[in-house]
Design a protein around this ligand. Structure first.
Ligand code: NIG
Ligand code: FE
Length: 424
C-alpha cells in the first residue's frame, strides 16, 4: 500500500488531545484546527499530522512514492461517527409519515400495531440476503455523507431468532463494508404482539435467553432499552441493563424522549456509556449524568421529523454533560443518513455552536461507542479515517445546510469516496 499524503487543507480540524476523555463544556469548542495542514498516512494509519511544509520536509525522501491528495481551499475533518442508528431493517413507512402529517401521533400509530411493529414484521419476513442488501445501500449512503463509523442497533427482530439475524447482518456489513459497524442489542425496543398480554415474560426472555446468546456469539458490545411510558418502564430497563452488564454488554438507553420518565437518572445509576434522546430529561437526571460522565447522545433529526421541540443541548453542555450527535437513522422517526444535516439542526434547534456540533459528531460520538482510541480525531496512531469537504471552513459544512459537501472520504487510509461517488 502506497503512503497517502493529504496536503494543504485550508482547515485541518484535528481535535487532537481528546482521546482520553470526552470533551465537555468549553472544551467542546476546542477543535485544534490547523491552517494549511497535512496528514501523512501509512498502512491505513495516521503517521503524522502537521503544517504542510514540515511534513513535506519530514517525508522528503518518500514523496515520490506517495499518492497525493490536494485539499487546498478545503476543510478536512476526522471521518464522522454516528453513535445511534437503527441501520439494519427492511421496508419503509412513508404512509405513517403521511398519517402523522394528518395529525396522528407516533405513539398512537405504534399502539395501533404500526411503528416499530410494522418494521419488525417486514424485517422478520425479509431474507438474510434482502436485509443485507437494503442495509448495505443505506451504509453506502452514510459513507457518501462522510460517516466512517456507525453504531447499529437490533430491535426489529424481537425474538431470539430474528434479533440474531439482524445482528448477524450488522456483523456481515462490518466485515464486508468499509464503514465500521459497532453493534448494540436492542431486544427491548418494543414488546412484540405475541407477548402483548404477558410483557413480563418477554422481559424474562430478553434476560434469560437473548442476552446470554447474543453475548456468547459476540454479536454486540452494547445493550439498549427503549425506556418510555407504554414501552419499557425504568424498573424493567434496570433489570435488562444490569443483566447485560453481567454478560459484558455496556448499557445504553433511549431516555426521556416523549415524557420525563427517569431515564437520565437510570443511565447514571447503571453507569451507561450514553443516554440518548433526552428531550424531557429532568434537571436532576442531567446533573447525575454529568457526575457519572454519561454521554448525552442528541438526535435533533428525530425531533425535527416528529415535529416536536428538540432537546436543549445548551442545558446539557452547560451542566457538564459530554454531548454527541447522531442521526437515529430509522424508518419511523428519522429516515435520514445525513449527519451533517443533523449537525445543522443541532445549531438551529438545540442551541449548539458549529464547533460543538463538530466535536459532537466526531470525538464525542466515538467516545459514546467506545471507539475514541481508534477514531474521532486526527492524531498519529489512529485509523486514517478522514473526510474532505468542498468548503473552506467547517462552519460552511453546516451553514449551507442540506447540501452534501463531501468530496472525498478516506477509510483506513483508502479512498472510498471520490468526487462524491462511492468507489469500493
Ligand atoms: O430511536 N424511540 C425508539 N426507537 C426509534 C424509532 C424506531 C421506529 O420508529 O422504527 C427511535 O426514535
Ligand atoms: Fe433510536
Amino acid at each position: 500500500m502506497r503512503p497517502l499524503f493529504v496536503r494543504r487543507a485550508r482547515q485541518l480540524v484535528t481535535l487532537a488531545g481528546s482521546s482520553a476523555a470526552p470533551l465537555v463544556k468549553e472544551k467542546m469548542s476546542d477543535l485544534a484546527i490547523m491552517e494549511n495542514g497535512s496528514v501523512w498516512i501509512e498502512h491505513g494509519t495516521i503517521a503524522a499530522v502537521g503544517p504542510d511544509d514540515e511534513l513535506a520536509r519530514q517525508f522528503a525522501d518518500r514523496l515520490a512514492e506517495a499518492e497525493v491528495i490536494d485539499a487546498k481551499g478545503k476543510t478536512v475533518t476526522p471521518g464522522l461517527v454516528d453513535p445511534h442508528t437503527h441501520l439494519v431493517y427492511a421496508g419503509s413507512r412513508e404512509h405513517e409519515w403521511t398519517m402523522r402529517l394528518g395529525g396522528a401521533t407516533y405513539m398512537e400509530i405504534m399502539n395501533a400495531g404500526g411503528g416499530i411493529h410494522a418494521t419488525t414484521n417486514a424485517t422478520r419476513q425479509a431474507s438474510e440476503e434482502a436485509l443485507y442488501d437494503e442495509s448495505k445501500r443505506r451504509l453506502d449512503q452514510f459513507l457518501l455523507h462522510g460517516v466512517t463509523t456507525v453504531e447499529a442497533k437490533s430491535g426489529y427482530g424481537l425474538s431470539l431468532e430474528h434479533e440474531l439475524k439482524q445482528l448477524e447482518t450488522a456483523k456481515q456489513l462490518d466485515d464486508t463494508h468499509p464503514v465500521d459497524v459497532v453493534s448494540t442489542f436492542l431486544g427491548a425496543h418494543a414488546v412484540p404482539p405475541e407477548w402483548k398480554h404477558t410483557p413480563d415474560e418477554y422481559v424474562r426472555l430478553i434476560i434469560d435467553e437473548m442476552i446470554p446468546e447474543v453475548s456468547r456469539r459476540g454479536l454486540a458490545e452494547f445493550n439498549d432499552v427503549f425506556c418510555e411510558r407504554g414501552v419499557f418502564t425504568p424498573n424493567e430497563a434496570r433489570r435488562i441493563l444490569e443483566a447485560g452488564k453481567a454478560y459484558g454488554l455496556t448499557p445504553k438507553i433511549h431516555a426521556d424522549e416523549i415524557e420525563p420518565y427517569g431515564g437520565a437518572e437510570l443511565a447514571a445509576e447503571v453507569g451507561a456509556i450514553s443516554a440518548d434522546h433526552l428531550l424531557r430529561a429532568s434537571d436532576e437526571g442531567i446533573r447525575r449524568m454529568a457526575e457519572r460522565g454519561v454521554i448525552g447522545v442528541l438526535l435533533p433529526g428525530t425531533a425535527f421529523f416528529l415535529m416536536t421541540q428538540a432537546a436543549d443541548a445548551r442545558r446539557l453542555i452547560d451542566a457538564g454533560v459530554p454531548v454527541a450527535l447522531a442521526t437515529d437513522c430509522n424508518p419511523g422517526s428519522s429516515p435520514t443518513v445525513s449527519l451533517p444535516l443533523v449537525m445543522s439542526l443541532a445549531c438551529l434547534h438545540m442551541g449548539m455552536t458549529p464547533a460543538e456540533a463538530i466535536a459532537a459528531a466526531t470525538i464525542n460520538a466515538a467516545h459514546a461507542i467506545g471507539r475514541a482510541h481508534l477514531v474521532g480525531s486526527l492524531e498519529p496512531g489512529k485509523k486514517a479515517d478522514l473526510v474532505i469537504f468542498q468548503v473552506p471552513n467547517y462552519v460552511q459544512v453546516m451553514y449551507y445546510y442540506g447540501i452534501n459537501h463531501i468530496e472525498t472520504v478516506i477509510k483506513n487510509g483508502k479512498v472510498v469516496v471520490k468526487e462524491g461517488k462511492v468507489r469500493i
